[in-house]
Ligand binder design. Structure first.
Ligand code: NAD
Length: 293
């Protein structure tokens, strides 16, 4: 691993520069949701929620670099993304196979993306890579518990760390979005997912802690906490326990589960200048699930 990946010293001069740049958002409403001339890294961008959020960033005018452990992104969704990027002239879209728990590989990917900058510096990231596993706590193997923490917590931390490293180095006051879950605040009925729930609570607390450290550089850090969404992750859970859907629907105040599209506007909002006074916060988008017992 390079020295650059491990050392993280920021000179005082930078802090002063950031001090002057932490200004309120004054753009028009459209501008407040624009990601024009900005590059955003999205982990877990190979499928599911991540690839949908990649589309949202492109549609908001941003350049996108997707990272995922999958060898290739989901073909149909990727084709659709390419069409959006081509239709909006000059928008860059890239895909790299990276394991978010491998700091060396992650640091290299961020450095490459930074080096590609042509007037659209790295402005933020969405740490969306995550894994889930349903096992009763009494039987939960240590190795599996630790794997969930490694991907969901360490992976999100390393993603945020290297995004911030590049932004601080470039003097960019950007925005980091960590995808947590409503499961960071509640224990889901019918689900034996203690490792996952603990990991998402850790992500929410990590957000507050990073926001506290990086506010001095003008970097904002927030969590986006979805409720139930139909993706490969939940399809897998439902295939082993089909009765779960009924339990989930009982708490669905809007009468439906979420779709990845429901999170496009919240993610763009958290990245863009419209949320410029928001940091260390959690945006829960759960169709009302947590509002009623
Ligand atoms: N689906 C839901 O109901 C739901 C609810 C709340 C939160 N979330 C969160 O949303 C995020 C996306 O989940 P999803 O539903 O799209 O699931 P998904 O399984 O479709 O997507 C997760 C992605 O993360 C990637 N990934 C896993 N391990 C990785 C690693 N070590 N390095 C790089 N990439 C890795 C996977 O390959 C996959 O593309 C996750 O963080 C998940 O916890 C999902």
């Amino acid at each position: 691993m390079s020295d650059r990946a491990t050392s993280f010293h920021i000179p005082r001069l930078h802090l002063l520069k950031f001090e002057a740049r932490r200004t309120p958002a004054t753009a028009s409403s459209n501008g407040l949701f624009s990601l024009s001339n900005k590059t955003v890294v999205i982990t877990g961008g190979g499928r599911g929620l991540g690839i949908t959020l990649a589309r949202a960033v492109l549609e908001a005018g941003g350049h996108v670099a997707c990272l995922d452990i999958l060898p290739e992104p989901a073909p149909a969704e990727w084709l659709a993304l390419q069409k959006v990027a081509h239709a909006s002239e000059g928008l860059r879209l890239s895909y790299r196979r990276v394991d978010v728990t491998d700091e060396g590989a992650l640091a290299t990917a961020f450095d490459e993306i930074d080096a590609e900058d042509s007037g659209a510096p790295l402005f933020g990231c969405i740490a969306c890579a995550g894994v889930q596993q349903k096992i009763p706590a009494l039987e939960y193997p240590q190795a599996d518990f630790e794997r969930i923490q490694r991907v969901n917590v360490t992976g999100a931390f390393l993603t945020a760390k290297h995004a911030a490293r590049i932004m601080v180095g470039n003097g960019v006051c950007g925005s980091i979005v960590l995808v947590a879950s409503m499961s960071g605040q509640i224990a889901n009925r019918g689900l034996t997912c203690t490792a996952y729930n603990a990991s998402k609570a850790a992500v929410q607390q990590m957000c507050r802690s990073l926001a506290q450290e990086w506010g001095a550089y003008g970097i904002r850090v927030n969590t986006l906490s979805p409720g139930y969404i139909r993706t490969s992750m939940t399809d897998e859970l439902l295939s082993t326990a089909p009765k779960l859907e009924g339990i989930w629907m009982a708490g669905a105040l809007l009468g439906r589960l979420g779709t990845p599209d429901d999170f496009k506007a919240p993610a763009v909002f958290l990245l863009a200048d419209g949320s410029s006074f928001m940091t260390g916060a959690d945006l829960r988008v759960d169709g009302g699930h947590c509002a009623s017992a």
